[in-house]
Design a protein around this ligand. Structure first.
Ligand SMILES: Nc1nc2c(c(=O)[nH]1)N=C([C@H](O)[C@H](O)COP(=O)(O)OP(=O)(O)OP(=O)(O)O)CN2
Ligand SMILES: [Zn+2]
Length: 118
């Protein structure tokens, strides 16, 4: 079974490697929508995959470290495409919750990425 939990955060970024004149060369902001999925069997006693509260306890500090920040100034996010940000989030969540199965990250209502690990 898969469970999921949703988070939102607001961050600024620019894409340093796009050509001059590309709109994403300028600093701009997004309200990111993140959905994180975890897969596993139900715990015999609790009858859940993982406590949603435990998920929040792990992910909230990670989100807080990028919320209302310029992503480019954060180590590992010097070129903060949606794809790189998904990998960055994956690496930090997976080490703490191995049941992580999928990350869905929307940069805006029409664009985003789904990542399931390398
Ligand atoms: N594959 C990727 N392409 C682009 C990324 C990315 O992270 N991965 N990022 C951007 C920019 O961040 C840009 O801000 C978002 O692009 P886009 O979705 O084109 O933004 P719009 O506001 O123009 O969206 P519309 O819904 O089309 O109006 C660019 N590309
Ligand atoms: Zn952008």
């Amino acid at each position: 079974m898969k469970i999921f939990k949703k988070f939102t955060f607001d961050s600024a970024h620019f894409l340093p490697n796009v050509p001059d004149g590309h709109k994403c060369k300028n600093v701009h902001g997004h309200t990111y929508h993140l959905t994180v999925f975890f897969e596993g069997d139900l715990d015999d006693h609790f009858k859940w995959v993982i406590d949603f509260g435990e998920v929040k306890k792990v992910i909230k500090p990670i989100i807080d470290s990028i919320d209302h920040k310029l992503l480019n100034e954060i180590e590992g996010l010097e070129n903060p495409t949606c794809e790189i940000l998904a990998i960055w989030l994956w690496d930090r969540i997976k080490t703490q919750i191995p049941a992580l199965a999928t990350i869905k990250l929307y940069e805006n209502p029409s664009s985003g990425v789904i990542y399931e690990g390398s």
